[in-house]
Design a protein around this ligand. Structure first.
Ligand code: TRP
Length: 359
């Protein structure tokens, strides 16, 4: 497959795909992350010949998380999770952003091709400002660091460094991809067409899971079902998952009362794991008045049948961080074969190069 590195191309017009996506290592992966990001990303790679770059965006992680232990531990947990769930590090270039020093270097260069006004319009920054302006006597930029403000530039560097054509992201990230296109366009026009304009890929079919309390499953609501359990040696990951599922809120309908599956978080999560035939069967069981306890047990069995085979690999990687580190170093080496060249071309394009050849 050929990738264009010297000429800028619009990715939407390119046939060969180079897929790239970043994962922020801040927190413990939950079922919503699995269904919404991990499973679809791994499956889409398994079923195609596309080139793929997946990385842990730890320099993005430190923007909003000042706890070194959390950054360190979640990098380990998230790397182990993706590999345990089937990411093949031979097939995918899988690396840690901070192991590729060319990325922050490129980010600086791109900062100089990025209008400040473009960043003023970023949703995440504007939302933080809005919260401040609602309060009396608070500076609009209070608590906002330059990392948050410039977040889209680092993200542009992540993407443009590898001339990614397709970037799978959640809907909240689409604006960042548009900004990367904008920054690439400015650079290409001003200097040399070095950067491919990437396209965001948003999967419309991906279910958004409801959490334990009926709201959207999200780390910030504390209502999640952890994928491999919280690291807690006293209770097995399987028991932790069972316990969490038993806590999902339901209405107070009694066993034998017919129930509306479309009004039930249990059924919604079940749908994300079951085959079409199993979904039809479960609908019938709701209509026939399955008790909530039994519906929860059925949900646990379904999820567990998919996750249980991954647990041994997960536990082994968590117990042996050396293996994980080796995998990440191999990925960084593969990534740097591209990034060294791309940064070199970029520096030359802007006029930064040796004054003379030294013997
Ligand atoms: N900003 C993304 C998120 O919060 C993570 C990310 C960082 C990313 N760099 C990226 C995603 C590059 C895609 C491409 O989810």
């Amino acid at each position: 497959m050929s990738t264009q590195t010297d000429t800028a191309v619009d990715s939407s017009k390119q046939e060969s795909k180079r897929i790239l996506t970043g994962i922020k290592p801040t927190g413990i992966p939950h079922l919503g992350n699995y269904v919404g990001a991990i499973r679809p990303a791994i499956q889409s790679i398994q079923n195609s010949d596309d080139e793929a770059f997946f990385f842990l965006a730890d320099y993005h992680g430190i923007i909003g998380c000042y706890d070194p232990a959390v950054i360190h531990e979640s990098t380990k947990i998230i790397a182990a999770t993706w590999i345990a769930c089937g990411l093949d590090p031979e097939r995918v270039t899988f690396y840690r952003q901070s192991d590729v020093p060319e990325i922050p270097e490129l980010a600086w260069i791109l900062n100089c091709s990025c209008a400040k006004g473009l960043m003023n319009r970023a949703h995440a920054y504007k939302a933080a400002v809005d919260i401040n302006t609602e309060k009396a006597d608070v500076d609009p930029d209070q608590g906002i660091n330059m990392g948050l403000f410039g977040y889209p530039v680092l993200m542009a560097a992540d993407i443009l460094m590898f001339n990614a054509t397709h970037v799978p992201v959640g809907r909240d990230q689409v604006q960042h991809i548009e900004m990367a296109r904008d920054i690439a366009g400015t650079f290409n026009h001003r200097y040399k067409p070095l950067f491919t304009l990437p396209s965001a890929v948003v999967d419309e079919d991906i279910p958004l899971l409801t959490g334990l309390d009926g709201r959207k499953m999200s780390k910030s609501y504390g209502n999640t079902i952890p994928l491999f359990g919280d690291p807690n040696p006293q209770v097995s990951p399987e028991k932790q998952m069972h316990k969490a599922i038993m806590k999902i809120v339901t209405n107070s309908q009694l066993p034998a009362e017919p129930k509306d599956p479309d009004d039930s978080a249990l059924f919604e999560i079940y749908k994300a794991f079951a085959t079409p035939a199993e979904i039809i069967d479960m609908r019938d069981q709701y209509a026939a008045g399955i008790g909530w306890g039994d519906a929860k047990q059925a949900l646990f069995d379904k999820i567990n049948s998919e996750i249980a085979p991954f647990r041994a690999r997960y536990e082994a990687l968590m117990a042996n961080p050396k293996e994980l580190e080796e995998i990440l170093q191999m990925g960084a080496e593969k990534a740097r074969r591209h990034s060294r060249k791309q940064l070199d071309k970029t520096r030359r394009a802007i006029g930064i190069r040796p004054l003379a050849k030294l013997k």
